[in-house]
Design a protein around this ligand. Sequence first.
Ligand code: TXA
Ligand code: MG
Length: 351
Amino acid sequence: MKTIIEQINTEQMNKDTLKKAGEILRKGGLVAFPTETVYGLGADALNEQAAGKIYAAKGRPSDNPLIVHIADMDSLTRITKTVPEKAVIIAKKFWPGPLTMIFRKAECVPLGTTGGLDTVAVRMPDHAIAQEIIRAGGGYIAAPSANTSGRPSPTSARHVEEDLSGKIDMIVDGGAVEIGVESTILDMTVDPPMILRPGAVTREMLESLTGEILVDKTLIEPDSAEPPKAPGMKYRHYAPKAEMTILEGDISRVIEEINRMAAEKTAEGFKVGIIGTEETAGRYVTGNFKCIGTRQDEATVAGNLYGILRDFDSDGTDYIYSESFSTCGIGSAVMNRLLKAAGHHILHVDK
Ligand code: TXA
Ligand code: MG
């Protein structure tokens, strides 16, 4: 299959490109498009065959449900059985935005879209191109991250091309994304609602609006015997090819330890990558250093994370050593993704 790639500008949206994307989606095809979090791989969510093509293109396990993307509140009513009062309050504040909510699904949503579950995940993205494509494609677009399963999520159209060129009908290139990590997932079928995946809308932000919010404990205790509540969270996702270690503790000791380990692996002939920050740049002596952002603003770290993991892959890196980050605010989303990338391999260094 030849994949059509078209660039589109948020300020001056090319109507022909949107029309083409809409037609492909309505016919049951696959279109990758930008959102504010990561690029999504879209298909008509109400067409079981179309949704099925997503699984094939990504190599995604069929029990891993898709998020249905909508562009207005009326659409939410059509695909859900009930919308709890709290969800209405949360939607008013955070939609459109980087938040996905889970509801009991209506009949019209096929089980092929929800991985066999009787619930449906819904998100209204805060991105003009995404909204136009959703509307053009019929209003209900299933869209997982547009990467091959197991690879880091795509934050640019080039990343999508690397993974899916030749396997999907179209890529709409709207430039780099804003946030860089996937949406927060909030299960509204339980009360208090529960976070199943941390993202840019944080627990603190949600709690200040509607009171207590629980967090799936498997996100905090990776060795928990229970599987995560979001089926996709159990896979070793977001993973670079290199073996990755996160070092936690006093920053000077972390740097010292990374320098020691990097020197050792380099001497053995391996390619070493280091993930540090603006604050620590210049303090690493061996290895390929990449600056992930500044600790003053951890949103910068979220924004660069997946791109850096992909760069290390294309450089043929064997070992990656990374500093660790705070777990408040967006930091919890960053640490969740870093831990998964490292297969929960974390080293605590003492003073
Ligand atoms: O930011 C995002 O959410 C991006 C953009 C494209 O919108 N999409 C995304 O989709 O990250 P995906 O498929 O890569 O991740 C969806 C996650 C998976 O972990 C899946 O298991 C979970 O959402 N999920 C979907 N429906 C669910 C449901 N009904 N119950 C529990 N978890 C669900
Ligand atoms: Mg994904």
